[in-house]
Write a protein that binds this ligand. Sequence first.
Ligand SMILES: Cc1ncc(C[n+]2csc(CCOP(=O)(O)OP(=O)(O)O)c2C)c(N)n1
Ligand SMILES: [Mg+2]
Length: 369
Amino acid sequence: MTQADLGQSVASNGAPGCSADVNAVGLHAERLLNLYPSTPAVVTRDEGLMLYRDMVLGRRFEDKCAEMYYRGKMFGFVHLYNGQEAVSTGVIKAMKMQHDWFCSTYRDHVHALSCGVPAREVMSELFGKETGCSKGRGGSMHLFSKEHHLLGGYAFIGEGIPVALGAAFTSRYKRDALGDASSDAVTAAFFGDGTCNIGQFYECLNMAALWKLPILFVVENNKWAIGMDHNRATSDPEIWRKAAAFGMAGEEVDGMDVLAVRGAAQRAIERARAGEGPTLLECLTYRFRGHSLADPDELRAEAEKEFWAQRDPIKQLAAHLIEHNLATADELKGIDKEIDAEVADCVEFALAAPEPKPEELTRYIWAED
Ligand SMILES: Cc1ncc(C[n+]2csc(CCOP(=O)(O)OP(=O)(O)O)c2C)c(N)n1
Ligand SMILES: [Mg+2]
């Protein structure tokens, strides 16, 4: 399909009255431009720098993964998160580390880093080394850390949603049935726009609403499911509105703005901890690279890519911090340098780390005492 075909098919399936200009960047961009601004989080200098550091770590880590993949150090499918950092950072950093729970997809490296899994452990996992967070048996799509409450990456789309639902049910059951008043953990389940067209999504929304479970369904709507345009694949492209059918809270948010995401996440977390049940949070975002590192990314229109590149979440936060005198450009450059050193260190560590022993291939399939 050519770019002209793509524009046409979007128009033929799109909202009435959308202009030629809008078609150049697509309906997804139009939604972002028409978004009702949600109340962003107010941040202190320390919080702002923490968010900046987390997003830069995510970005630089992924860039390094691309380099290592093309140098033949990683095998299998590797899906990068560039462009979507505001979602991982905005949601996860609003939650309580090693208390709340997180569930990811195959695009999971940056979620793991935001959860606090050390970069050395994530990179080792990608190289299939024993020092990896899944002991080298999982690889890119199966990051897991009990210590950091990361319930896993999942290669099958939607597979993590019921797992997250189970974690949310556990919090509620411990508090209400077992009388543990301290059991107030909230779970965040991350998944994409394409995943919202499968059955598990609806089944889990139903149960979460029915039992008022403390869960955030975080949709990372990056417009694309491999090569399928979201607007051609779903009955109502505004995913957050599907919350109403289940009587739960729903919110759409600028997923390129970490403070907007953080604000929406804080509201949803507060509701969940107060026993008011789940939220469907739709973050409008975009992936800056192809679906996986095996995808040459020749399908998407250049104008569309340019539209979203101009809204780079890291640059937007940097501008905000400087404009509000929370940081100087030099300080931010200093953080960039520190992150580069951390990423270089994790590669060195992972390259030197041992492979799993062949005789232990099946170890960790079953829990050990
Ligand atoms: C159950 C299942 N069906 C199909 C696939 C093939 N598949 C891999 S990624 C993908 C698209 C998912 O798109 P989306 O949910 O928007 O996530 P994104 O890749 O954009 O992060 C599909 C259909 C799969 N992995 N699992
Ligand atoms: Mg998608």
